[in-house]
Write a protein that binds this ligand. Structure first.
Ligand code: ZN
Length: 258
């Protein structure tokens, strides 16, 4: 009897979730085509403690920067838009004059190195333009997530890593922590000086994120103060208050152990 031929399930590639979206550079008017995640295609399968979303088959964070390879301007997609003339002049003088174009990626898919280079440019351009702390906070938070993703890709059997892999792992971990700390500092300043939504987060969401970051870095008093605010806020739902109470207990027990 002839064997029934079954076709193998179709393998999904990162590129299947992407398309090239057109933009016009707000600094030099260059026409750009930027790899972008197709709306509604990537399936979220989890979330880390600091809101990092995890999607099946793709790391969507890699595709969150609009970058012009002619003038070197880069910006998070959330903040893409017309630039005031003084900002254009600053970018032309402080970025474009020294800018060496990057090698084009092979196809639409970006490697982590290629994505990180674009984020570093976005951070530099944002700092030069003196944007709000919330924007700097979101860029650095996403950079921490990209380092974490690279760290996790090495596996979790840390004790059995070869020396070379362990060095890579520790390097990614160091950068992850460094950028998480920067994100916390920027977002704390943003919370004090800007009105929510902050980086797209309402008051409760930003306070949960800041409490998690403060707890991560051992600032338990600050973390407890933030979740106490969530407990007292009329805007918080009962499930958010339950979560805030759990976090408050966790911070209290961690503080006692320190
Ligand atoms: Zn440009």
């Amino acid at each position: 009897m002839a064997a029934i031929k079954r076709s193998a399930p179709k393998k999904i590639y990162e590129g299947d979730y992407l398309f090239m979206k057109s933009y016009v550079c707000p600094v030099c008017d260059n026409k750009l085509r930027i790899a972008t995640v197709k709306a509604g295609t990537a399936r979220m399968i989890g979330q880390d403690w600091d809101l990092r979303p995890i999607h099946k088959d793709i790391d969507i964070q890699k595709y969150d920067v609009v970058h012009c390879n002619k003038c070197g301007f880069a910006v998070l997609k959330r903040y893409f838009g017309v630039l005031p003339k003084p900002h254009k002049e600053l970018i032309l003088k402080k970025i474009t004059e020294q800018y060496d174009p990057l090698a084009d990626p092979v196809g639409m898919v970006l490697t982590y190195d290629e994505a990180m280079t674009r984020y570093k440019l976005a951070l530099l351009c944002a700092a030069i333009r003196q944007v709000h702390d919330s924007e700097l906070g979101l860029i650095t938070l996403k950079m921490a997530w990209l380092y974490r993703a690279q760290k996790l890709a090495l596996g979790d059997d840390v004790e059995n890593f070869t020396k070379a892999v362990r060095i890579k792992y520790d390097g990614f971990l160091d950068y992850e922590e460094k950028y998480l700390k920067k994100a916390m500092d920027y977002l704390i300043k943003a919370r004090q000086t800007e009105e929510p939504p902050i980086a797209g987060m309402n008051e409760t969401a930003i306070d949960f994120l800041l409490a998690s970051l403060c707890g991560h870095f051992g600032k338990f008093d600050d973390a407890a103060r933030l979740v106490s605010g969530i407990l007292q806020s009329k805007q918080s739902s009962s499930s958010q208050k339950d979560r805030a109470r759990d976090m408050l207990d966790e911070f209290k027990s961690k503080r006692e152990r320190v």
